[in-house]
Design a protein around this ligand. Structure first.
Ligand code: AVI
Length: 316
């Protein structure tokens, strides 16, 4: 069937996802202004161990991480999906204290996030060289000077939100923008006790539920839909063999929803799910395999005291 003409990728993706079976929505659409704020709340939750674990690693291992760069040469620290750069500040503090010669380049699709971050960093650090880029990751990486060495950050287990194919493609694409000896620091959430993982996506205060439901709110607002949020519920699950934490929205009754902005009406059965997110968990064998398949050499794997999370240093 020929697809109707859409005004944006969002419209097209919502149309395709909600006409599929099982229905799905892409998790990248969580991050509108409200979603960004709810995600910040998630990162403060006791159950969401990912943030504190990665913070611990970066704090304890910052000297080792930067020891893989030549100490005197100026370099570019590129932060993909920087957001509010909360964790990166640990690294920035260290580099400034070491009087390192570097340019910090936060990259985020949201121009608003990049502008806010750039001015807040300039306020906090005075003479830090910051060049914020609100672009797709790859075009940002391709636009940078090839003269200086690069350390690319991809923190927070964002890699876990890609499909398996997207993961390898992404890593290979990044590789193609790097020079020999450039570095990539990636955050991976590790496989562990399933209850610990499930709790991270099913917090007591219901913040993650609000995050998930916000996607329907966004479709209501931007596409004029009439999702009734009282009749959908956050439905998290963890599939241990696959290492996949999944989130869905389950319909609490048989219902119809109209989405005039994309000229679509859908029906949901009672108990039918709309898949909204996969968060992949890794072990060290899988991390090694990913690095090999995309052409990198692993220089080090750092973990936190609970062995919940890993930051892996890769060299092109
Ligand atoms: C951004 N990303 C790594 C988070 C995760 O853990 O997959 C998004 C998230 N979804 C629910 N809670 C947090």
């Amino acid at each position: 069937m020929d697809l109707p003409k859409f005004e944006s990728e969002f419209e097209k993706d919502v149309f395709i996802g909600l006409r599929s079976y099982p229905k799905y929505l892409k998790s990248k659409y969580f991050y509108d202004r409200a979603g960004d704020l709810i995600f910040q709340e998630i990162m403060e939750l006791p159950e969401y161990y990912l943030t504190s674990s990665e913070h611990e690693i970066l704090n304890n291992m910052k000297a080792q991480i930067f020891s893989y760069l030549k100490p005197d040469a100026p370099f570019q620290l590129i932060d993909l999906g920087a957001g509010d750069a909360k964790k990166t500040r640990v690294l920035l503090d260290y580099l400034i204290q070491q009087k390192s010669n570097f340019t910090y380049i936060p990259v985020d699709i949201s121009a608003n996030a990049v502008n806010q971050l750039t001015s807040s960093l300039q306020r906090q650090y005075g003479n830090l060289q910051v060049v914020g880029l609100s672009q797709e990751y790859l075009s940002a990486l391709r636009s940078l000077s090839q003269e200086q060495k690069k350390l690319v950050l991809f923190l927070g287990s964002s890699i876990g939100n890609f499909t398996r194919n997207e993961t390898l493609d992404f890593l290979k694409d990044i590789f193609s923008t790097l020079n020999v000896d450039d570095l990539l620091l990636i955050g991976f959430d590790l496989k562990k006790d399933p209850n610990t993982i499930l709790a991270a996506y099913n917090d007591n205060k219901g913040v993650t539920a609000r995050f998930n439901l916000n996607l329907l709110k966004r479709i209501n607002r931007e596409l004029g839909a009439n999702f009734d949020l009282d009749y959908f519920e956050h439905y998290p699950s963890y599939h241990e063999e696959k290492g996949e934490a999944r989130s869905a929205l389950v319909s609490l009754r048989a219902q119809g929803v109209e989405i005039p902005g994309i000229n679509l009406t859908i029906r949901l059965e009672k108990g039918e799910k709309i898949d909204t997110e996969v968060s992949r968990k890794y072990n060290f064998i899988e991390i090694q395999r990913l690095a090999e398949q995309s052409g990198y050499e692993i220089l080090a794997n750092f973990t936190d005291s609970r062995k919940y999370f890993a930051n892996s240093v890769w060299r092109r």
